[in-house]
Ligand binder design. Structure first.
Ligand code: AMP
Ligand code: MG
Length: 411
């Protein structure tokens, strides 16, 4: 049996030579989850000038030596407008986000001021300042967020909503990204039916098709869904050829054990190359890796996941995600577990590395799903993440254990 780390190392060695090299320009609007192919550099300071952090009054500190000082309000500056130079002894009514007028060195928020009504119509009145301000009070400094010429997002960054906002804040309307990995997916198994169909005796619904397609989409891939392929050698070979013609990676589930109904091994041997591994993890174990030849030359990567719903999901998260990160061009490092307290006992560990479905309890300790069988998809829906438990390692309540949150595994 192969360790998970060895298996991932071998997968990655194959993935590097298939990393995507085509770039495209996309609107920043539509860039969610895309991976930057080049750095985003700022051509400006953000904010571009000093501006007010509060609704209040811009003034000179030197003009307010004591609480209760009264200043004439000489101008009014809403956000988006530029005021006049502040004359000594005056204040400017100012609003959040408005540029600080030349000459002012502090803003006093309106809650610490008293407006005095004007004596004549057309004037702005005066303000009584009920505090002694210090220089810089309530002013956001030019460039305090981003300095001109700074790199705000590095090549290899996967664009989150906040990263899209950052790109927009420096004025980048379009971004250079890598083409998304194309992954063709099919399920094997004559027992599989689609939701909406009536189940015949002996049949089950194809849940993996939905889980794996969803995982691919959540991981920012273009998922090419090729449906269900019958448990026959010719059908499996034909599906592999069709998949490889369209995709960077061909992903299948089921049929990678060594039973006589498992046709992926001979199909791959005819259409490309295959290594069949037993990976020492639970759930998981059988994992197939290889390549499928393309008719026009070249090849697609191939990964075959086990059929059991929890096994295929966990194997996807642990072994396929690292490959997708490489294909997609992300600089995302491998996932680091979070130390958490176990709120359960695990007295009978197996001799394989186990990934236990757990969730964070109300006391902050991890709770264990009672049925850890690899066919019980309920555990994956219930779980917040996985405990990475070494082979043969018993866990006692209160032990600190490595926890892998599901959202981190999908980054
Ligand atoms: P296999 O790897 O083909 O031997 O399948 C192992 C187990 O997973 C069997 O119980 C299959 O019925 C089940 N299985 C295989 N493919 C799927 C699928 N797409 N959706 C749900 N269960 C599946
Ligand atoms: Mg099968």
């Amino acid at each position: 049996m192969l360790s998970l780390d060895e298996a991932v190392q071998r997968l990655l060695a194959g993935a590097h030579s298939h990393a995507i090299t085509e770039r495209e320009r996309v609107s920043t609007f539509d860039a969610l989850q895309r991976v930057l192919a080049e750095d985003v550099r700022s051509g400006l300071n953000v904010p571009p000038e000093d501006n007010s952090e509060m609704d209040g009054y811009a003034l000179r500190v030197a003009d307010v030596p004591a609480e209760g000082t009264v200043l004439r309000v000489a101008q009014r500056i809403p956000a988006g407008q530029v005021g006049q130079r502040l004359e000594p002894g005056t204040a400017a009514r100012i609003f959040t986000g408005a540029q600080i007028p030349a000459g002012a060195d502090a803003v006093v928020m309106q809650e610490l001021c008293e407006a005095i009504a004007p004596a004549r119509e057309g004037e702005l009145g005066a303000v009584r300042v009920r505090t002694v301000p210090t220089p810089g009070l309530a002013i956001r400094r030019r460039g305090e967020d981003v300095m001109r010429d700074a790199v705000v997002l590095r090549a290899g960054t996967r664009l989150t909503p906040q990263a899209m906002g950052m790109a927009a804040s420096v004025g980048a309307g379009e971004l250079q990204v890598w083409r998304r990995p194309r992954v063709a997916l099919f399920s094997t198994g004559d027992e599989l039916a689609m939701p909406g169909e009536t189940l015949k005796p002996g049949a089950i619904y194809n849940s993996n098709r939905f889980t794996l397609r969803g995982l691919l989409q959540a991981a920012g891939c273009e998922a090419i869904d090729l449906g269900i392929v019958a448990d026959r050698l010719d059908a499996t070979r034909e599906a592999l050829r069709r998949a490889a013609a369209q995709a960077d990676l061909v992903l299948t589930c089921g049929g990678v054990s060594v039973g006589e109904e498992d046709h992926l091994k001979p199909a791959l041997q005819a259409e490309g190359r295959l290594d069949l591994w037993q990976v020492a993890i639970k759930p998981g174990k059988p994992l197939a890796f290889g390549t499928v030849r393309r008719a026009g030359g070249g090849e697609a990567l191939y990964i075959g996941l086990p059929g059991n719903p929890v096994s295929s999901t966990v194997t996807f998260l642990l072994a396929v995600m690292p490959v997708l990160r490489v294909l997609a061009g992300t600089s995302q490092p491998s996932v680091r577990p979070v130390p958490m307290s176990a709120g359960f006992d695990w007295p009978k560990p197996v001799q394989r590395r186990e990934f236990l479905r757990v969730r964070i309890g109300s006391d902050g300790a991890l709770e264990l799903f009672p049925n850890q069988s690899s066919g019980v998809l309920t555990s994956m829906v219930w779980a917040d993440g996985l405990v990475d438990n070494p082979p043969g390692h018993a866990i006692r309540r209160g032990d600190v254990v490595p926890f892998l949150p599901l959202p981190l595994l999908l980054q």
